[in-house]
Design a protein around this ligand. Structure first.
Ligand SMILES: [Zn+2]
Length: 487
């Protein structure tokens, strides 16, 4: 027989226990109840990264990962509570926002719960229309302290959006380690930052942390535009970039940038529009307007945003040329060949033959980089090295860097025996100083196919392969194409 009093006591005890558990789940623990002394709780805010939080609490990401039992690839979520070292002098968690094309200052301010005026003042911006894609905004924390347990968690259902953010490289860090911290791949990180040599990062360098959706509220694109992506966000002299625009309905898009119209390739039934663009060498660093014109069912729509161009930082060298070759230094043959290549590489073939990254054109070390400004026999440095050189032995096989169609196979006075391959969408590769040409005009080639042999034809001091990439009539750094894929 059971004792009814004992049953009542058990029920009461269970009730108390349950309510205690419920209470613990609903209210933050009092400071005295923290699992370890010397720790407090930080509530993750929008756009926080573990790196920011570690900086603000003078600790390391590794320590935060350890005390919060996170794994190195987990993302932190808005409203999540993290244990952090308790300290008297905690600096506000610094936040940065990288402006995406299509965003407005008003939209960005709203996304961070700030007034437009406060955002502009914090960033010394006088005219809200003069912002540019890739611009880094400092987001000043709202007045209420966000350290400790006072900040309420984000309401249920709030999407944990993490904006694009910046990571300042610390000494001893590798790209791999940084990628791991943000749950990214090294390739994602390299692509977002236009990095060519994955080992060449330096302490203090600021890396864009990509892969995160833009706050939709901040986008202010006129219909029928639905999305606008520029890659990389900040352009560089003599490098290529891409623009992808989507429209709700089929439309015709034109694009003007750097005082020229760029050909737009329409895909997906006229709702996706792609431009491969290139910043010509000697373009001054600065902010340039990028103008879209969209004509669809609802009449033409104009949309302008700003893009930044950085200097390429290419070096300068003087080359002494013997008297017998000196006639080739006359501007005429150089201008003739540049005109010829500009003409050949300007058409934009609407079908794309290449996908992903390009492959090396030769199995040889590179011995002269792209872009070096050149003066000959002490003259003015107004020309530049339009390709990259590989120390290929005479007769060594030369390989197509990507699939495409041969649009030139001929002997040129400076470049010697040369091949030009059209890869589609305005992208061309050029192979020079060859001893033999194995392909015919109009022939389709595959990536890695032997198209000729290395040699020393044309204006040259020794045998090598001179390799160029042109985009819509503009020579660009070919090495970028070996590590970065364009859409
Ligand atoms: Zn060269």
């Amino acid at each position: 027989m059971t004792d009814p009093r004992r049953g009542r006591w058990l029920a009461l005890l269970l009730c108390l226990l349950l309510s205690a558990v419920t209470l613990r789940a609903q209210t933050p623990p009092p400071a005295a109840d923290l699992p370890q002394p010397g720790l407090t709780i930080y509530v993750v805010q929008r756009h926080d990264t573990l790196y920011d939080i570690a900086q603000a609490y003078s600790t390391t990401i590794d320590y935060l990962v350890e005390i919060n039992s996170l794994n190195s690839t987990s993302r932190i979520l808005v409203g999540q509570r993290l244990l952090v070292p308790a300290g008297d002098s905690v600096t506000p968690v610094p936040r940065t926002h990288i402006i995406q094309p299509g965003e407005t200052l008003a939209g960005i301010a709203a996304g961070y719960g700030q007034s437009l005026a406060a955002l502009m003042q914090a960033n010394n911006i006088l005219n809200a229309d003069q912002i540019y894609a890739g611009q880094v905004l400092q987001i000043v924390a709202p007045a209420a302290g966000n350290a400790g347990v006072a900040t309420p968690p984000a309401p249920a259902g709030t999407a944990p959006t993490l904006g694009a953010n910046l990571h300042t490289v610390q000494s001893g860090e590798t790209l791999f380690k940084i990628a791991m911290q943000y749950g990214l791949t090294v390739n994602d990180l390299a692509a977002a930052n236009g990095l060519v040599d994955l080992t060449l990062i330096y302490a203090g360098q600021q890396l864009v942390i990509p892969g995160t959706a833009v706050e939709p509220a901040a986008l202010a694109l006129p219909a029928p535009l639905t999305a606008l992506a520029v890659s990389p966000l900040v352009m560089t002299e003599a490098e290529a970039g891409s623009l992808v625009v989507t429209t709700a309905t089929p439309a015709t898009v034109t694009f003007n940038f750097l005082n020229r119209a760029w050909q737009v390739v329409a895909t997906d039934g006229g709702t996706r529009h792609v431009v491969l663009l290139a910043v010509p060498m000697f373009t001054a660093a600065g902010i340039y307007p990028a103008q879209l014109s969209v004509s669809g069912a609802g009449g033409p729509v104009e949309y302008t945003f700003n893009l930044r161009v950085l200097a390429g930082g290419y070096g300068t060298q003087n080359i002494n040329v013997s008297d017998e070759l000196a006639p080739l230094l006359a501007p005429a043959p150089q201008a003739y060949e540049l005109d010829l290549l500009t003409r050949i590489t300007s058409p934009v073939t609407q079908t794309r033959a290449y996908t992903g990254i390009f492959s090396l054109p030769a199995a040889a070390a590179m011995n002269s980089p792209f872009g070096t400004r050149r003066s000959y026999n002490g003259g003015e440095a107004n020309t530049f090295h339009t390709g990259a050189d590989f120390a290929s032995a005479p007769g060594a096989p030369i390989l197509a860097a990507a699939p495409g169609q041969v649009v030139l196979a001929d002997l040129l006075s400076i470049r010697g025996n040369s091949i030009v391959i059209d890869h589609g969408w305005g992208v061309y590769s050029v192979y020079c100083h060859l001893s033999a040409i194995n392909v015919d005009l109009g022939q389709m080639v595959t990536a890695g196919q032997v198209i000729g042999a290395a040699g020393a034809t044309g204006r040259i001091t020794g045998p090598h392969l001179h390799w160029e990439i042109w985009v819509s009539g503009v020579p660009v750094n070919p090495l970028t194409w070996l590590t970065r894929s364009f859409p």
